[in-house]
Every structure is written in C-alpha cells, then in structure tokens.
Design a protein around this ligand. Structure first.
Ligand SMILES: Cc1ncc(COP(=O)(O)O)c(C=O)c1O
Length: 387
C-alpha cells in the first residue's frame, strides 16, 4: 500500500487503507469473500495470501485504516471487542498480573474472573481515577494496566498520561479501551498508551450492524504476537464485517461531531429536568473530573448516564421509550440507544459488585444518536413523564 501523505483525521478516515483497488480502480475496498487463495506453484502463494484465517486483503485494509486513525504502528482486528480483549490476555502467561479499572464494561470482569483466572492469570480491580490506588496495585508480576476511560456507565475519567508514567516506571504496559471516545476525541497512544482496544461494534462502525474488535499496537512484537493469535485461535473479523467498519469510519469525524453536539444538549436537558436526580457526563462543569476531561479529550461524546431514583422509575421510563429512543444493549450507533446497566451491560457483576462501584438500579444509560436533537428531547420528555 502507498505510504500515507494525508494527515487530517477525516482525510485519513476516508483514505488510509482505503486507496482505490489497483486492479479495477474500485473506490470502495472489495470484500474478499474467499476462504483460500490459489497458488501458482508449491510454496508460492500470490502476494503472500494462503488461507483466510491467517490473512485477508479486506482485513489488511481495515487494520491499516484503524492503525492510522489511532496513530499506532499497526492493528489487528477480531470477531468482537471481547475477542480482542481476550486476544491481549492470551499474550499473558500463568502468574502474570493485570490491573483493571474497577468500573468497566461488565463483560470484561466476567472474562477475567470466570474464565481466565482458571489459567493462572491474576487480576486486580482498582479505581484508576485514583493514581495512588493504581500505584499500590502494580506488583512485580504486573504485565498490563487496563484502563477504560470514560468508564462504563459512570463516565469516570482516568488520567491516561499519568497512569502510563506510573506503569512504565514499573515496566508494565498500558492498554486503553477507547470505545466511548473513539480516536476522534481521545488519543491514548499520544498520551503514552502501549495498546488501544475498541469494540468496533460501537462508534467505529457506527451503524449498529456489525460486531468486531481491534487492538491497535505500538510495537512490532505486539502485532506479531497478535497475528499469531489470529492464526492460531481464529477469532478473526469476517471480511464483510471488516468492510462495514471500513465504510463506517469514513464518516467517523462528522458523526462524532454531531454525537458530541447532541450529547451536550441532552446532558443539559437532563440536568434541568425535575425527575432526573443526577447526570453523569464529563462535559458538565460539576463532573468531578471535568478539567481532566477537557485536558485529555477534545470532545465529551454522547454517552450519558442518569439517575431516576429507583428500579421502578427506570422500568417505567424505559417502557415509555418510543420514536428516537430504542431500548437495547450497545451504544455508538447513529440511532439513540437507551439501556439499563444494572440488568443489561453490568448484570454479570452481581448486586454486590455493582454496589461496590456505585451502579444503582435506578441508573439509565443513553447513547445519544445523531438524529435531530429536538426529536430526542421530545421523546425523552414523554419517557420521563412516566416517572
Ligand atoms: C467499552 C466496551 N468495551 C468492550 C466491549 C465489548 O465489545 P463487543 O460487544 O464488541 O464484544 C463493550 C461492549 O459493550 C464496551 O462497551
């Protein structure tokens, strides 16, 4: 592939890895729907492609695109965000330790506690917005510090640069889950992160029509190991889903701008609504890490959590969601998605686990879409009137 000369974010989003296909000039990257590749003679595969679990041209293009967008050296894509996170963990050895933000997507501690501890991997959970807690948790055998910022669903911010400093002094690597902000608003590698992970299912794809995950690497060894894991464990992203993400990222910049605009308006609306007891959004000046958010992110995004006061109130509100408000798991699509963390994304933590990190039964999370914001407000008005 030709070396990139374009630098602006949206230019990269449209062109990096997405150059016209050389054979026909197709401007859209073709979906190479093939399981194998013909060889001209024994041991001489054309262009190095042998078998689609190992390499696929559509996947190569997406890996190039996402590495460029995050400012990494390379990237590896997987069948889902969880497959990407699991792939990172398979680079660990029995006895290795990982320090994890205590408030992350619920599927992450489920993978760590219920599967990977069986293989001798060790995990500690700390409030990564508290640097002293991170410092205390790092041990001699700590291989990775895993940070989700903003956290899901409480929107707590961790200081990526400070955590990288701390971890690097102790020879641990830092992985940042950048799913909520996308590389448009948050640049973990520029802040020192060693790897960035995304559920591409969310903002990168952006259209709620494909599942995927990516690990963006800063070092050749990481990419080599992860390519070996793709080949050996096989949880790769399909060519069709790679194409969906390639198509999705072309509009990432404009989508994120609109998500952010709508997110700010909806957060203000919720703050002013008498039935809403608290609003968690880093763009609000009373958010505990508002200043850090301003320093570390170039926008606040569209993920907002608010407190309705009780499970009953949350249920009544969610039952009245109509029009632009779709009740469902997931986030980051063009459509507004509304969910209930306690029974959906964070059910696996159990009541005690949720209480420990401050997730209540009355919390509702909203992933504000890019519809006309007046319509979202009108639909929220109706839903909130049910409380
Ligand atoms: C922040 C975050 N990271 C990772 C994941 C896991 O991604 P996937 O659902 O694509 O496996 C999710 C899923 O909701 C998420 O919200």
């Amino acid at each position: 592939m030709a070396k990139q000369t374009h630098r602006g974010f949206s230019t990269l989003a449209i062109h990096a890895g997405q150059e016209p296909e050389p054979l026909t000039g197709a401007v859209s990257v073709p979906i190479y729907a093939t399981s194998t590749y013909v060889q001209d003679e024994l041991g001489k595969p054309r262009l190095g492609y042998e078998y689609a679990r190992v390499t696929n041209p559509t996947r190569d293009r997406l890996q190039e695109s996402l590495a460029a967008l995050e400012g990494g050296a390379s990237s590896r894509v997987f069948a889902s965000g969880m497959a990407a996170i699991n792939a990172i963990c398979t680079m660990m050895k029995a006895g290795d330790h990982l320090v994890c933000s205590h408030n992350v997507y619920g599927g992450v501690p489920r993978l760590f506690n219920q599967i990977l501890t069986n293989y001798g991997l060790e995990f500690a959970y700390v409030d990564t917005s508290n640097l002293r807690a991170v410092e205390k948790a790092i041990r001699k055998n700590t291989r990775y510090v895993y940070v989700e910022t903003p956290t899901n669903p409480l929107m707590t911010i961790s200081d990526i640069a400070a955590i990288c400093d701390l971890a690097h002094r102790r020879r641990a690597e830092v992985i940042v889950d950048n799913t909520f902000m996308s590389p448009y608003f948050q640049r973990p590698i520029e802040l020192g992160a060693d790897m960035v992970v995304h559920s591409t299912t969310k903002f990168l794809n952006g259209h709620s029509d494909g599942l995927g995950g990516v690990v963006v690497c800063t070092k050749a060894e990481q990419a080599e190991q992860l390519a070996f894991i793709q080949k050996s464990a096989g949880a790769i992203m399909s060519p069709f889903e790679c194409w969906l993400v390639l198509r999705g990222v072309k509009t990432l910049g404009v989508r994120m701008q609109r998500h952010d605009e709508n997110g700010r308006r909806i957060a203000e609306y919720l703050v002013g609504h008498k039935k809403v007891k608290a609003v968690f959004y880093p763009g609000l000046s009373n958010h505990p890490q508002h200043e850090l958010a301003r320093k570390q992110m170039s926008g606040f995004g569209s993920m907002i959590t608010f407190e309705t006061g009780s499970l009953g109130n949350a249920k009544r509100l969610l039952k009245k969601c109509k029009g632009t408000l779709s009740l469902g798991e997931s986030l980051g699509g063009v459509e507004t998605l509304i969910s209930h963390p306690a029974t959906m994304t964070h059910a696996a933590l159990g009541e005690k686990g949720r209480r420990a990190i401050g997730i209540t039964d009355g919390m509702v999370r909203i992933s504000v879409g890019i519809e006309d914001v007046e319509d979202i407000i009108a639909d929220l008005d109706v839903a909130l009137s049910a409380i």
